[in-house]
Ligand binder design. Structure first.
Ligand code: ATP
Ligand code: MG
Length: 607
């Protein structure tokens, strides 16, 4: 594991939040202290045969592998893995793969890669804590039979419409299904027929028998199993019945001996069912025929806690909608640098540390939060300011001709060597070398024929310094037939070279960046902007495709200083005056640079 390192006890800089308070209270009370752990997921017998769990707490990050992780998931990852680290526990990576239709191995692999990229690991105490909910299908099935035998579940053959109508609503209690009073034996037989493929998809479901009049609609006999003929990425065609999420998830937590099961707010109303189910499976019972049933699950049971989702402005955090952007080719894949997926953000150049910082600083609260997208850029700049090497690049180039070059330096083929530190505060990163010549590339907007008030860069008659080079005086420009400026002209002021005695004798108000036409490297530079024009693209049920930003990606041809000639892919820079950039991890090659802009130097989102 790279960073962050497991640490215990709590790191002092972490702000308090209600989840920390709960965990600290449980640790103090020893709620989980005497809990045996079987060394792997399992039922009551398995765990009770184990030693005391060396992990003081167990948490989990349980993604459904039906898409790529996004920035909202980063919140959940950093929260769960961070709490485990801070309190001497472990966080499981669990693929919640109980829904065969939408899940794919590609997503499993991508999720694993991105959790690691964010800096987390699930190996602890000599084992990998990477689990698949689908490996618990046998247990889930047995548990369902147990509920049936105890009269706590029944097979319902009502049509989906009738089932919906009979559920009632907030003001009306539900109506019992005509199938609700079947005997356990009848239900068991039917359920086995479901399992054995004797009934069509959707013909019937297994439901818990709880209370059709409960004020909590989630307790009005929720569905536990459905029939669905679909090939599962892990279990293939072994099953044609699949557990419902609300049934599967508590069982997954209990088999893995999770102590604190943290989920987002929308699951709050599911918590009573979560507890009901686990308590039923953890209690002994005696059947009417005298058979004694031992508990299937071990106490103490996991507890569910809910926190608010993280949302970013100008971003969509729904895998379904992100998938739509990919499938309909509004973006070029899940890792398009404009996507709020972790794969996209990595390619864009965001650092794991910046993403973790945003996640950590947003804390954990009982309401959903919206953060402005700029928080990410602020965190990125804070992270890269001290790390990223500097370089000069020209993004919107126009030629600068130094018309007295031969006079000053002897000939047009003469070069004037220049150097600059790779980083202003980190001499150990070394020095960059480049040179001046008679023809340079500068930014088009560093020249104005008629300067606006406060413009101190190139305009006829004005002097500026070429950064790390000499002072020049602008003499004018050249234009093509359409009046477009093709070159800016200037003369060199002798004896003004940066770092030489007397260099400062000529005072200038402007300093501009440049690269030499003779040694610059041509580069494809990809400039990204927000993907949507509205801060909450899908708010109020709006079709988010109607607010796609048509200018979210612009590709320009620029020039880089020669020190970047051999730079590998996935390296971040600060281009002086421009902001932070990264060599594209897929398309960049030394000699044929492809560079993504990560973020400007200042906040351009709040414009
Ligand atoms: P989506 O709607 O994008 O599919 P999800 O919640 O269904 O999101 P899961 O794969 O089930 O996706 O999520 C894994 C975990 O990440 C869950 O515990 C979920 O609550 C959490 N999570 C997802 N989105 C956010 C978010 N925006 N903020 C915080 N946690 C989130
Ligand atoms: Mg989900």
């Amino acid at each position: 594991m790279s960073e962050p390192k497991p640490a215990s006890p709590a790191e002092p800089h972490k702000p308090a939040n209600f989840l920390r308070a709960i965990i600290e209270r449980d640790l103090e009370a020893g709620t989980h202290a005497q809990r045996p752990f079987g060394g792997s997921p399992g039922d009551a017998d398995h765990h009770q045969a184990g030693a005391i769990d060396p992990a003081r707490v167990r948490l989990r990050f349980p993604p459904e592998p039906n898409g790529y992780l996004h920035v909202g998931h980063a919140k959940s990852i950093c929260l769960n893995f961070g709490l485990a680290r801070d309190y001497g526990g472990v966080c499981h990576l669990r693929f919640d793969d109980t829904n065969p239709e939408k899940e794919e191995q590609e997503y499993v692999d991508a999720i694993e890669e991105m959790v690691r990229w964010l800096g987390w690991d699930w190996d602890a105490y000599g084992t990998s804590h990477k689990f698949y909910a689908s490996n618990y299908f046998d247990f889930m099935y047995q548990a369902a039979e147990r509920l049936i035998e105890r009269g706590l579940a029944y097979v319902d053959e009502q049509s989906p419409e009738a089932m919906r109508a009979n559920r009632g609503d907030f003001t009306t209690p539900g109506t019992d299904s005509p199938f609700r009073s079947r005997t356990p034996a009848e239900n068991l037989a039917r359920f086995r027929e479901m399992r054995d493929g004797l009934h069509a998809d959707g013909a019937m479901v297994l439901r818990a028998r709880i209370d059709m009049a409960s004020p909590n609609i989630n307790l009005r006999d929720p569905a536990l199993y459905r029939i669905r003929r679909a090939t599962h990425h892990n279990t293939g065609d072994r099953w044609c019945i699949y557990p419902m999420y609300t049934y599967a998830h508590p069982i997954e937590d209990a088999l893995e001996r999770i102590t604190h099961s943290i989920c987002t707010l929308e699951f709050e109303d599911q918590r009573p069912f979560y507890d009901w189910l686990l308590e039923r499976l953890a209690e002994p019972d005696t059947l009417a025929d005298g058979r004694v049933l031992a508990p299937m699950l071990a106490h103490p049971l996991p507890k569910q806690y809910e926190f608010g989702r993280l949302n970013l402005s100008y971003v969509i955090t729904s895998k379904r909608k992100l998938k739509q952007l990919v499938d309909e080719q509004h973006v070029q894949g899940w890792d398009d640098p404009r996507m709020p997926t972790l794969a996209g953000m990595r390619r864009r150049g965001y650092t794991p540390a910046a993403i973790r910082k945003v996640a950590d600083d947003s804390g954990a609260s009982k309401s959903n939060i919206w953060l402005d997208y700029s928080v990410l850029d602020i965190a990125l700049r804070a992270d890269l300011e001290e790390q990223a090497a500097r370089a000069m690049a020209v993004i919107d180039p126009v030629e600068l001709k130094l018309t007295n070059w031969a006079e000053v330096f002897g000939s047009d083929s003469a070069r004037e060597p220049c150097s600059a530190p790779a980083h202003p505060h980190r001499p150990e990163l070394g020095v960059r070398q480049f040179s001046l010549g008679p023809s340079l590339w500068i930014e088009r907007d560093d020249f104005a024929e008629v300067p606006a008030k406060g413009f101190f860069r190139l305009f006829p008659g004005n002097k500026v310094r070429l950064k790390y080079g000499v002072v020049i005086e602008c003499t004018g420009c050249e234009k093509d037939g359409e009046g477009r400026i093709t070159a800016v002209t200037a003369t060199v002021i002798p004896d003004t070279k940066s770092g030489t005695p007397g260099a400062d004798s000529v005072k200038v108000k402007g300093v501009i960046t440049w690269v030499g036409a003779h040694d610059a490297i041509a580069a494809e530079i990809r400039l990204f902007d927000r993907l949507f024009t509205e801060a909450q693209p899908d708010a109020g049920g709006r079709d988010f495709l109607t607010v796609l930003n048509p200018d979210s990606k612009r590709i320009v041809q620029g020039y880089l200083e020669p020190s970047l000639a051999a730079v590998p892919a996935d390296v971040r820079f600060q281009f002086e005056r421009h902001g932070y950039f990264v060599t594209d991890r897929l398309d960049h090659q030394a000699g044929q640079p492809v560079i993504n802009r990560i973020s400007g130097l200042k906040d351009t989102w709040a414009r």
